[in-house]
Write a protein that binds this ligand. Structure first.
Ligand code: DQQ
Length: 589
């Protein structure tokens, strides 16, 4: 067992900077769409520092175009043997603006060909940008894009586009018909400058199409419901699909059906089987939150199983830097896949120096647990095709203060899959439900160096030789009334010695039957400036962006497994692989 003299005792001496908490979560400098402009919040980048960037920060297998700014994933689909991903893309700059729909295709969700943008700002109604939206495959097999056009005055309107040539296997060109915009921001209570991001369509028992649009309605957030016979002429239903006075506006709503305990996906455009639940995902406060409920067909409304007034308690798709996600049904493999945007956490000047800003998180299979109470996510199996040089360890014992170094893999591009099994659960500290209101605060206060009864244990990643720079991904186990509550933190506060970066301690809780399951799993995808983690079989996910100074100096990084809790923890199984580079947006069209 490795327990180097400069290990955790050294870390205990490091002073961690305080950090203000707020309702805002997730991405650094998340983009905010307003009536007149898009702006990047300056919030995390308080200090002006000169740019020192390294080519080593560029990710090897996360989706991104060769250069410039990207944000939301748009209209993902599987069509005629290919996956398509569209995305908010500024073709001119690394700064947000001039939004087009960038377009790429792939046979395996991992290796991508770049095409010309599918939608550009050509019409008065989208002169300020072709903003986010979805694709629906219509009854005759044609795909239709619905997107938001921003007109440069203050109106956002929903617009349609069809492939110009259905026999082109790549669907390179898209046509905007004269009927655009097909949904104008009219009607009672609607704020025309907060009206965007149409969902994929679904049909109701009357055979008519429905979509939801994110909006501010009477000052509150709503997923407005629209109906159509032909997908071109739309009427607003007199009530929203769902609305809430807990927040002011929802961006990028996503609405889908799922069968509890079944990891197969459902196509929302077809009839949904008995027993299916519905999920409404909305984007707000720079994070993606969801509600699980039923779709009441008679009233044409989404009815959540539980209405939670305090939006801080709404569960999140991801507790890190992840926003504006969009899911689709993959007819090839019968699964639902979700894409989400991860912003940079460095500064705008770094982005200019890098020449690129923004990536998409790894596409994840998404399904509902058997209780129908929580979503689970896991990287699509195709990502495993990039693995090479696997190593494995069994039966590692981690006593309090132990560090075990994982050697033999590329530490900058890796896939680490590990299980932890506490020797005993008696020492788990009691859970305090008030921690749920601000999990980041709890991750800061009870950090990786603070011993608890059971935990913290987990991974130390992107660590410099002397551990001055490092990122931790770790668990703490608490005893709650019936089961255990497990906290997964991804603490970036020592991820870089460089000042002026956004380095929070992200965290999320999940309920877990530890007595029955015995083991807590952690899968972490490391991709240079990415640490993307899946805890407890995908119950809590955290996407994080890191920029260690050591990489600028061309040093390598180290990975360790650790335990700083009082109780001994076993690692029955640890596997790790180096990850090859994917073919990322090689030019085609
Ligand atoms: N980004 C798009 C908007 C959306 C926002 C503009 C969410 O349509 O509301 O780029 O990040």
């Amino acid at each position: 067992m490795l327990n180097p003299g400069h290990g955790w005792p050294f870390l205990l001496l490091l002073l961690l900077p305080p950090f203000e908490s707020s309702l805002r979560c997730g991405g650094a400098g998340a983009e905010e769409a307003t009536a007149h402009s898009h702006r990047v919040l300056l919030y995390p980048h308080s200090e002006k520092v000169s740019s020192i960037v390294s080519r080593k920060y560029r990710t090897g297998y996360h989706f991104q175009p060769p250069k410039n700014w990207i944000n939301d994933p748009n209209g993902p689909m599987y069509y005629n043997g290919l996956y398509h991903l569209f995305y908010q893309y500024n073709p001119d700059s690394v700064i947000p603006g001039n939004k087009t729909w960038g377009h790429s295709v792939s046979a395996d969700l991992i290796n991508w060909l770049r095409l010309e943008p599918a939608l550009d700002r050509t019409e008065p109604y989208d002169a300020k940008g072709c903003w986010s939206g979805s694709v629906t495959i219509l009854a005759d097999g044609r795909p239709a894009i619905l997107y938001t056009g921003a007109d440069g005055v203050k109106n956002q309107a929903q617009c349609i586009a069809f492939p110009s040539n259905n026999s082109d296997p790549f669907l390179r060109e898209w046509t905007k018909p004269d009927s655009n915009p097909v949904i104008r921001p009219n009607g009672p209570g609607l704020n025309p400058s907060q009206f965007r991001d149409p969902t994929t369509g679904w049909t109701g028992p009357d055979g008519q199409w429905r979509i939801a649009v994110g909006a501010e309605l009477d000052g509150y957030s709503a997923a407005l419901l629209y109906k159509s016979e032909d997908f071109v002429h739309w009427t607003r239903v007199d009530h929203p699909l769902y609305s809430s006075n807990s927040s002011a506006m929802w961006e990028c709503p996503d609405f889908f059906a799922a069968l509890p305990g079944n990891s197969s996906g459902l196509d929302i455009s077809s009839a949904v089987p008995n027993g299916a639940k519905h999920v409404l995902k909305v984007s707000l406060d720079s994070c993606d939150k969801y509600m699980i409920g039923v779709y009441d067909l008679e009233r044409d409304r989404f009815v959540p199983d539980t209405v939670v007034d305090d939006r801080r308690l709404w569960p999140r798709i991801d507790y890190g830097n992840y926003y504006a996600s969009k899911s689709f049904f993959d007819a090839k493999k019968g699964r639902r896949i979700i894409w989400g945007w991860a912003n940079e956490s460095d500064s705008s000047s770094d982005d200019v120096a890098k020449g690129w800003a923004g990536i998409q998180a790894i596409p994840r299979r998404i399904w509902l647990d058997s209780d129908g109470k929580q979503l689970l996510q896991w990287p699509v199996e195709e990502v495993e095709s990039l693995r090479r040089n696997g190593i494995s360890h069994k039966g590692i014992e981690l006593k309090k203060g132990d560090l075990f170094e994982i050697k033999g893999t590329d530490t900058l591009q890796a896939d680490v899959d590990i299980e932890f099994e506490p020797r005993t659960m008696d020492k788990a500290d009691p859970f305090d439900p008030s921690w749920l209101l601000d999990t980041e605060k709890h991750c800061r206060e009870a950090d990786a160096t603070a011993p608890g009864g059971l935990g913290p244990f987990g991974l130390v990643l992107m660590a410099s030789d002397n551990l001055e720079e490092h990122t931790t991904v770790h668990f703490r186990v608490y005893k709650s009334q019936h089961k255990h509550m497990i906290l997964m933190c991804s603490d970036l506060r020592r991820s870089s010695l460089r000042p002026g970066l956004y380095t929070p301690a992200y965290g999320g809780f999940f309920e877990f039957d530890l007595e029955k399951e015995r083991r807590i799993s952690l899968r972490t995808l490391i991709d240079r400036s990415v640490v993307e983690s899946f805890g407890g079989g995908g119950r809590v996910c955290v996407m994080a962006r890191v920029y260690p100074m050591a990489l600028v100096k061309d040093s390598d990084a180290r990975i360790y497994v650790f335990n700083n809790g009082t109780s001994t923890v076993m690692v029955p199984q640890l596997k790790a692989w180096s990850m090859r580079r994917a073919q990322m947006n090689v030019k085609k069209g």
